[in-house]
Design a protein around this ligand. Sequence first.
Ligand code: IDC
Length: 463
Amino acid sequence: MTGRKAKKSIVWLMLVVFIVSTLQFSFDSEAATAGWKQDSKGWWYQFADGSYAKDEWIQGHYLNKKGYWDKKWDGVWKKNKTGWWFQAGSWYPKNQWLKISRKEYYFDAKGYMVTNRWIGQYYVNKDGVYTKKRSSTKPIVTPKTTQLKTPTYPSGSPAAKWGALQVKGTDLCSASGAKVQLKGVSTFGITWSEGVYNINQDAFKTIKGWGGNLIRIAVYTEESGGYCSDGNKATLDATVANAVSYASNLGMYVIIDWHILRDGNPKTHLTEAKQFFADMSYKYSNYDNVLYEICNEPNNERGNVSWADIKSYADTIIPIIRENDDDAVILVGTPNYSQNVDEVAANPVKQKKNVMYSLHFYAATHGDWLRNKLKTARSAGTPVFVTESNICDASGDGWIDSNSAAAWKKLINDNNISFVGWSLCNKNEKAAFIKNSCSKHSGWTDSDLTETGLYYKKWFQGK
Ligand code: IDC
């Protein structure tokens, strides 16, 4: 190497070092200066990580495939009765994905933004935003239902005020994060006329008038007329649909309850359960007021059913619901007729988001020992929802224990726990809300109600 060349290389080396260090410097400083940039070719947009926007919209401006602003495609979100679309100049997207403000949206054949649905392997949530991908193009269970449009809840109603509920810690909360207490009634089994009689708009309105904000629909599985025995599925589906629409028209929340009982093990009718929840969660994925109770009361009538068995069932059903609805509240039954909520904490379900666990009490049978399970569960971080209860004994008849009822009420109210009373019927049993002598199917006055019915009415009223 000649002297001159050596000098030259030192100069080059110094230059390289200088460039590298300024590059380093500029990368660091880029972090602080993300935003619009301009060069001789036009405007472009840089992100905090140093990368730049291309083939996407930022603040309504289209950055083309090379990353430069192309004014003629400036875009804006628009909305009509059918839904949202994105108008970019004179064009709007159809049957395609679009990246807007760093989020991926899908637009249907008519150009409307799609919500709560799988587009092939990709899922868009209720805001229309792509959130997740599954490994296969096929759903776990293909729904056989049609997805319904987002309902409009009456203004000021519970569903309009609170929106899509969420679980935070052990609490049920509104979409905006405030603690809420759902309180309501369960229909009697929709498999029977006593149940169906009181499923009508006025009946639910009467409950709402008492301060109730929740209806639970008891879909028995194995009992006579049940979904998995000799019941007519189409009729039962229609009854569920009616009940959901009445509740939704009133802006009340509604639990679709897979009422296992005699079947004991939730896996007894696993195939039907999978299809049922695929169907319901697809149909109602746009409904913020629908909750899913996946097994009423697991029990040992057909051999031991442990929490591990229930958990394994839940870990099968929850992903099926989540494929269609990524945020609905899901209620999971617990061992021994939904009593052992204290067993959950050691081994909760896999997908924990917006999952709560059911506790059922019948005050005359279940005393301090069951209240203690509730306390233990909550202190261990388990969110509990009382999806069924009564002030009488567990047979649904027998006697009423006012002291135990008062203790339950206090514990539940003190902890803002959501609860449901069993049941809205006039059957000749203590658990019924309506006197056997009353044949009205709505608009019940105090003299039409049983001791149980009056108790819950007052409870809803905050008395
Ligand atoms: C009962 C009804 C009763 C009906 C029976 C069918 O009150 O009229 O004949 O179901 O098996 C539960 C169950 C709920 C029971 C209720 C009262 O979830 O289905 O309803 N109960 O026994 N758990 C504890 C009590």
